[in-house]
Design a protein around this ligand. Structure first.
Ligand code: NAD
Length: 400
């Protein structure tokens, strides 16, 4: 008996929408088929789909898609951060399973409107918190639940984001579009802190944010390709390609080729915060967006009464090391994970498989709206703390 193919529409066909379309093939042998795409950039989207060999219909707006009335089994929202509310509202009446990207919304007011709508939605909602699906982090959770380091007392999370320039090449660099990288990027890490802490969420936070490197006095519309300084500028697309083989440079189609020294860049590129969780565990988190590529990426340390766990997530390979306080030298145990080129530490594979199971009616969402709201509330409280220079309480669920 053949497995029926599930048909989906993707709203927003940029970097992430394309990543899902590729993942449906590589992780699911096309058991999910993209039959429609909504994106205002019609010629570019049509070209990209044709290059990918996907014969989906392209619509400029959700209304045009709905008017055409194609039969679908699921909806994917991968529009820019501050368009998620608008995308959700346009399509929610179809009442189909939704995969919506994190952060749930990039705009604070929109987030407060969207959160209760997501909680009240009747069909299942899966959030793109792909890191929760990564085998390395699922294993870490399992080890902690088996008391490998005793009772958790604190967590120290660091993210060295070597490709951070990407966030200064397009819409991400304006607080108007994302509010802060505490939402856009740290929501992943806050979500994993919550997960490893048994879903005991953050209660209060004190946060700092600085912009030390990116932004400046260049025109907002300047693109690397037309810049006379592209040979001498170390962050130009040309030099990024020459020095690190372009791994930081997202295709021009995604609109990420603008100058990182633009005037409009007003978000922090080096941020740190202290967190207290509802069960008394303490935490710290640092994210820096201009670290060298050959240094470590995300490193999560979890301290317990009887040991310590270091999760060195790495770029292509990750390691969990468990050290026992009462062990002797050599007693530490290591677990290794190869990602073999699969995205988000191989989390995307299981995220899309979860979405297939949800559409088939055999699985529940593993990354829920509730947990995503908690992570985003933590990010919003961090922003409030940066602005006020004071400790801030983290809101619970939908409260402001
Ligand atoms: N889970 C993850 O790890 C992860 C990784 C990357 C991106 N994301 C999230 O995915 C979302 C998209 O990010 P991206 O990197 O693909 O951005 P992008 O800029 O590459 O793509 C966004 C696309 O949406 C289109 N668009 C803009 N307004 C629209 C609208 N109103 N309706 C439909 N389409 C519209 C744009 O033309 C563009 O093609 C963001 O929320 C981002 O935070 C998540």
């Amino acid at each position: 008996m053949t497995t029926p193919i599930k048909k989906v529409v993707i709203l927003g066909f940029g970097n992430r929408g394309q990543c899902y379309a590729k993942g449906f093939r590589s992780s699911l042998g096309s058991l999910i088929e993209v039959i429609a795409v909504v994106d205002p950039q019609i010629p570019q989207t049509t070209k990209t789909l044709s290059q990918m060999g996907i014969s989906a219909k392209v619509y400029a707006t959700p209304e045009a898609f709905i008017a055409a009335n194609p039969e679908i089994d699921g909806i994917i929202i991968t529009t820019p951060d501050n368009c998620h509310l608008e995308s959700f509202k346009a399509i929610a009446h179809l009442n189909k399973p939704i995969l919506i990207e994190k952060p749930l919304e990039g705009d604070k007011e929109n987030f407060h409107e969207l959160a209760p709508l997501l909680l009240a939605y009747e069909a299942p909602i899966l959030v793109g918190h792909c890191m929760r699906h990564a085998p390395i982090l699922k294993k870490a959770k399992e080890l902690l639940e088996h008391n490998e380091i005793g009772k958790i007392t604190s967590m120290r999370f660091v993210q060295n984001c070597h490709y951070g320039d990407v966030f200064f090449r397009g819409w991400h660099r304006r607080s108007e579009a994302i509010t802060s990288l505490y939402l856009e990027k740290a929501s992943h890490d806050f979500d994993i802190m919550h997960m490893l802490n048994g879903d005991n969420y953050a209660k209060s936070i004190f946060a700092f944010s600085q912009r030390y490197k990116f932004g400046g006095d260049k025109p907002n519309d300047l693109s690397c390709h037309e810049c006379p300084e592209q040979v001498s500028c170390p962050e130009s697309v040309l030099n990024q390609q020459a020095t690190i083989q372009g791994s930081n440079v997202i295709e021009e189609s995604a609109g990420r080729h603008k100058c990182v020294w633009a005037q409009e860049a007003d978000i922090g590129d080096d941020e740190m915060c202290m967190i207290e969780f509802s069960n008394g565990v303490q935490g710290s988190y640092i994210q820096t967006f201009y670290t060298p590529q050959n240094y470590k990426g995300r490193v999560y340390t979890v301290v317990g009464t009887e040991g310590l766990m270091e999760i060195d997530i790495g770029h292509h390979h990750g390691t969990i090391a468990v050290h026992q306080r009462y062990g002797t030298k050599g007693d530490s145990v290591q677990h290794h994970f190869d990602y073999l080129g699969r995205t988000h530490y191989n989390g995307d594979t299981y995220l899309v498989r979860n979405f297939l199971g949800i559409m088939q009616g055999t699985e529940e969402p593993f990354t829920t709206a509730e947990a995503a709201i908690a992570a985003e509330n933590t990010g919003l409280a961090a922003v409030k703390s940066v602005q006020s220079h004071q400790l801030q309480s983290v809101a619970t669920l939908t409260s402001a």
